[in-house]
Design a protein around this ligand. Structure first.
Ligand SMILES: C[S@@+](CC[C@H](N)C(=O)[O-])C[C@H]1O[C@@H](n2cnc3c(N)ncnc32)[C@H](O)[C@@H]1O
Length: 190
């Protein structure tokens, strides 16, 4: 995706009507500590999350598309720089990148899980990098016909997603608000 497409699809005014980023991030819970965001794109969720974290920890965002990372860095310049300084942004493949074991208090991902090549392997990695007692929040498209969003045949139904996470030894914590056409699931690493 290039910058124009990202602005059109990921940062459009229209999107905020069905996926209110501020409402979603305020329902996630405690944001103090270390956060890892996977597939951050140009930062639709990153900026509200970083603002709400408000310097009470560290924030690591990763995306495989260098153009998304460039856009995110540009958008981070609009924040209070004392807060923006706590954010690390990196180009990388979430299915290959290495972070030390038990590094993060929260892993957040939105609209990417259905696209991963090896979701089971990804969950093993995420389990490894989360601290015991830490949380992982996954927001993704519901399995209902919509004019926008990925084709139905690649969406992962909420119950299947829940089963995939629990099979990977995460423990279901609660549902979180994900938007009008999305579900949000929160799990903990025991
Ligand atoms: C549909 S966009 C969602 C972006 C953002 N999470 C949001 O909701 O606005 C999916 C993003 O995931 C990134 N992505 C896809 N596969 C990835 C991978 N294996 N590792 C890291 N990023 C990935 C894409 O480059 C893209 O920016």
């Amino acid at each position: 995706m290039d910058a124009d497409a990202a602005k059109f699809h990921l940062l459009s005014e229209e999107r905020y009507k069905y996926q209110d980023a501020d409402k979603i991030v305020s329902g996630i819970g405690d944001l103090g500590g270390s956060i890892l965001e996977i597939g951050c794109g140009p930062g639709f969720f990153t900026l509200p999350l970083v603002k709400l974290q408000n310097g009470r920890g560290t924030y690591q965002a990763i995306d495989s598309n260098p153009e998304m990372i460039r856009m995110l860095k540009e958008r981070l310049l609009t924040l209070d720089q004392n807060i923006a300084r706590t954010v690390r942004v990196v180009v990388g493949d979430a299915e290959r990148i290495y972070f030390p074991e038990r590094s993060f208090d929260l892993v957040f991902l939105a609209n990417i899980f259905h696209d991963l090549k090896d979701p089971k392997g990804f969950l093993v990695r995420m389990y490894r990098v989360l601290k015991p007692g830490g949380f992982i929040v996954n927001i993704d498209w519901s399995n209902v016909q919509t004019e926008i969003g990925p084709p139905l045949n690649i969406r992962i139904p909420e119950e299947k997603c829940k089963a995939m996470f629990t099979d990977a030894h995460f423990v279901f914590a609660e549902k979180v608000y994900g938007g009008e056409y999305h579900y949000g699931l929160k799990f903990t690493r025991p």
